[in-house]
Design a binder for this molecule. Structure first.
Ligand SMILES: Nc1ncnc2c1ncn2[C@@H]1O[C@H](COP(=O)(O)OP(=O)(O)OP(=O)(O)O)[C@@H](O)[C@H]1O
Length: 586
C-alpha cells in the first residue's frame, strides 16, 4: 500500500517536471557536461601521480604539466557550464510550475478561497516550488556525479593499490552507518522547521495586515508573546538541527582524518619498503578528499527527496482542484433584458440552508433593494447573482437564456459589483478606477466618473490627484472616499447590472443623495440591485425585497410593505430612529 502511494507520488512528481518545462536535450547536455567534468576530476589525481613519480625519478615531464593544467582548465570550464545549465533548467522549471500554479489559483472557485488560508497559497507558490528547483538543479546532478565519482574512484583505487583501498572499504560504510540515522533525524527536524516557518510567515501577514485591530485592542503584548512562542519553536528546531550538525561535521572530519592518517601511515610504510610510489600515495589522498562531497550529498539527497514528495503532493492538491471555465457557454448581451431568479436554494455546507426557494425579477431601469436583518442571506443572493457559487436548486435567467448556458466571462462582465469592504487595491487612484475595465478610458472620462460619484473635489485636492497612492486596501483614504472611488469605478464600467452591497453606507446623507441621483440618471437603462439599511436608499427603490432567514417574506414598494409587512414596518421604524439618532449626533 505504502509503496503504491510512493510510486503514485513519484509519478506526480514526474508529470510535474515533464510538462514540457524541462527541455530533455538541455537537461541531457547539462548532465553530460557535469558527468564529463566528474570523470575529468577522476583523471586529475592519476596525472598528478604520474607527474610526481616522474619528478621523483628525476624524469621531469613538461608535457605532463601541460596536460595536467589543460585538464584542470577543462574541468573548471565544463563544471561552470554544467552548473549554469542546471541552474537555468531549475529556474525554467520553477518558473513554469509557479506560472501554472498562479493561473490555477486565480481560476479556482470562491469556495476554495473560503476554506484556505492565504498564507498557504504563498507557501505553495514560493517554498514548495523552491524545494523542487533545488532537487532538480542541485541535488539530483550531485547524486549522479556522486555515484560516478564513487564507483570511478573505487575502481581506480582498486587498480592502483588494492590493499590501500581496503582502508576505504572499512571506513566509508562506517561513516555512512553513523551519518545516515543522523540524516534521518535531520530530515524530521527540517520538516517541522518547514511547517513552523510556513505558519509563522502566514501569521506575520495576518498580524501586520490587521495592525489597526491589533493596536485598537491594545493586543501588541499578546501578539509579541504569540510571536515569541512561535519564534521559540523555530529556535528549538534550529537548535536541534545545529546540535546534529555539530555531531555530523566533526564526526565526518574525524572519520576522514582517521582514513587519511591510516593511509598516510600504511602508505608511508609501503613507500619506505618500496612497494608504493609517493605519487600513488598522494593520488590516493586526493581521491579520498574527492569522495567526501558525494557521500554527504547522498544523505541530503534522500532527505530532500522526501521533502519534495510532500511538496509535490501539496502542489497537486491545488492543481487537481477543478477550476472555473470562464469561456464555456454562450456569450449573451444583457442589454434590455429582464433578469429572473427562480426558486433559488443554496447552502454553503450542504447542511444549513442559507437561501431557501427564493424568486425575484429585475428589469432594466429598475432599482431593487434587498432589506432584512443581519445574516438573512442578502450578500449570499448577490454572490449567487455573480455566480460565485452555484445554487443547489433553482436557476437564474436573463431574458429567455438560462445562466447554465451563458459563459462565466460573458455573465460576470455584465455585472458591476460594489462591495462595502476591501474595496481598493494598493496603487494609484487611476489604477483603481480602471481596474478590470476592458475598454479604453481618457482622463476626462475618469474625472467625469469621479464627479458623478461626488469624488472629484477630494481627488483634485490631492497633490498627485489621479496618481495619488491609496495605500494597502486604500488605507490612506477615508471610508466614504473609498466608497466613492469604487462607485466611480462602477460608473466607468459598461456593465448592465449593478450590485451595490451597502456601497453607500459610509457616505453622509447629502453625498449619498447626490450619488443616488447620479446612479438613477446614469443607470436609466440598467438594472440596479442594492443591499441597503438607509431609509433614503430604500425609499428610492422601485421594489423592495424583504429577506428573513434565507426566505423572501415580502416584495413591493415601500408604501405597500409598510402597510402589509409587519416585520418590514418595525425594521424601517428602527432604521428611522437610527438615522435620527445619527443625524442628531452629527
Ligand atoms: N463564505 C461563507 N461560508 C459559509 N457561510 C457563510 C459564508 N458567507 C456567509 N455565510 C453564512 O450565510 C448566512 C448569510 O450570510 P450573508 O452574508 O448572506 O447575510 P447578510 O444578510 O448579507 O448579512 P449582513 O446584513 O450582516 O451583511 C450567515 O449565516 C453567514 O454565516
Amino acid at each position: 500500500m505504502k509503496s503504491q502511494e510512493n510510486s503514485y507520488s513519484w509519478k506526480k512528481f514526474g508529470s510535474l517536471i515533464s510538462q514540457k518545462t524541462v527541455s530533455k536535450p538541455l537537461f541531457s547536455v547539462a548532465i553530460l557536461l557535469s558527468v564529463i567534468s566528474t570523470i575529468v576530476s577522476l583523471v586529475v589525481p592519476l596525472f598528478a601521480k604520474n607527474f610526481i613519480d616522474g619528478f621523483m625519478g628525476k624524469n621531469f615531464n613538461t608535457n605532463l604539466v601541460f596536460y595536467l593544467l589543460l585538464l584542470f582548465a577543462a574541468q573548471v570550464v565544463l563544471s561552470g557550464f554544467a552548473l549554469y545549465l542546471l541552474n537555468l533548467i531549475g529556474l525554467k522549471l520553477v518558473f513554469a510550475i509557479r506560472n501554472r500554479l498562479w493561473k490555477k489559483i486565480l481560476y479556482l472557485p470562491i469556495r476554495y478561497f473560503d476554506n484556505t488560508n492565504s498564507g498557504e497559497f504563498v507557501s505553495r507558490m514560493i517554498n514548495d516550488t523552491g524545494l523542487i528547483k533545488t532537487l532538480v538543479s542541485d541535488q539530483f546532478p550531485q547524486v549522479i556525479n556522486g555515484i560516478i565519482s564513487l564507483v570511478g574512484t573505487i575502481t581506480i583505487l582498486l587498480f592502483m593499490d588494492a590493499k590501500l583501498t581496503v582502508i576505504l572499504f572499512i571506513a566509508i560504510p562506517v561513516l555512512i552507518l553513523i551519518v545516515a540515522p543522523l540524516g534521518k533525524k535531520l530530515f524530521v527536524i527540517s520538516k517541522g522547521l518547514q511547517a513552523e516557518t510556513a505558519a509563522f510567515s502566514s501569521k506575520i501577514s495576518q498580524v501586520v495586515g490587521n495592525v489597526r485591530l491589533v493596536k485598537a485592542t491594545t493586543s501588541e503584548n499578546v501578539e509579541v508573546e504569540n510571536g515569541r512562542n512561535d519564534l521559540m519553536k523555530l529556535f528549538q528546531f534550529g537548535n536541534r538541527e545545529a546540535k546534529i550538525n555539530a555531531i555530523i561535521s566533526p564526526l565526518t572530519v574525524f572519520v576522514v582524518m582517521g582514513i587519511l592518517i591510516g593511509i598516510i601511515i600504511y602508505g608511508g610504510v609501503r613507500v619506505n619498503a618500496g612497494t608504493l610510489t609517493i605519487g600513488t600515495l598522494i593520488a590516493f589522498l586526493i581521491y579520498v578528499f574527492q569522495l567526501l562531497p558525494p557521500i554527504t550529498s547522498f544523505v541530503t539527497f534522500f532527505s530532500q527527496l522526501q521533502k519534495v514528495k510532500g511538496a509535490t503532493q501539496r502542489i497537486y492538491e491545488i492543481l487537481n482542484e477543478s477550476s472555473e471555465n470562464l469561456s464555456h457557454g454562450d456569450s449573451v448581451s444583457f442589454s434590455d433584458k429582464h433578469i429572473y431568479a427562480k426558486n433559488l436554494t443554496f447552502s454553503y455546507d450542504d447542511e444549513n440552508t442559507v437561501i431557501d426557494d427564493i424568486s425575484f425579477e429585475g428589469k432594466p431601469g429598475e432599482m431593487i433593494a434587498f432589506v432584512g436583518p443581519s445574516g438573512a442571506g442578502k450578500s449570499t443572493i448577490f454572490s449567487l447573482l455573480e455566480r460565485f457559487y452555484h445554487p443547489t436548486d433553482g436557476n437564474i435567467f436573463v431574458g429567455e437564456h438560462s445562466m447554465k448556458h451563458i459563459s462565466l466571462e460573458s455573465w460576470r462582465s455584465q455585472f458591476s459589483y460594489v462591495l462595502q469592504d476591501n474595496l481598493l487595491l494598493s496603487g494609484t487612484i487611476r489604477e483603481n478606477l480602471i481596474y478590470g475595465l476592458k475598454h479604453e478610458v481618457t482622463d476626462e472620462d475618469l474625472w467625469q466618473a469621479l464627479k458623478l460619484a461626488y469624488a472629484d473635489s477630494f481627488v483634485a485636492d490631492l497633490p498627485e490627484q489621479l496618481d495619488a497612492e491609496v495605500g494597502e486596501h486604500g488605507v490612506k483614504l477615508s471610508g466614504g472616499q473609498k466608497q466613492r472611488i469604487t462607485i466611480a469605478r462602477a460608473f466607468l464600467s459598461k456593465a448592465q447590472i449593478l450590485l451595490l452591497d451597502e456601497a453607500t453606507a459610509s457616505l453622509d446623507v447629502r453625498t449619498e443623495q447626490y450619488v443616488q441621483k447620479s446612479l438613477l440618471q446614469l443607470m436609466k437603462h440598467k438594472t440596479i440591485f442594492v443591499i441597503a439599511h438607509r431609509i433614503d436608499t430604500i425609499k428610492h427603490s422601485n421594489k423592495i425585497i424583504f429577506v428573513d432567514k434565507g426566505r423572501i417574506t415580502g416584495q413591493g414598494t415601500h408604501d405597500e410593505l409598510i402597510r402589509t409587512h409587519e416585520l418590514y414596518a418595525s425594521f424601517i421604524q428602527t432604521q428611522f430612529i437610527d438615522d435620527d439618532v445619527n443625524e442628531e449626533r452629527a
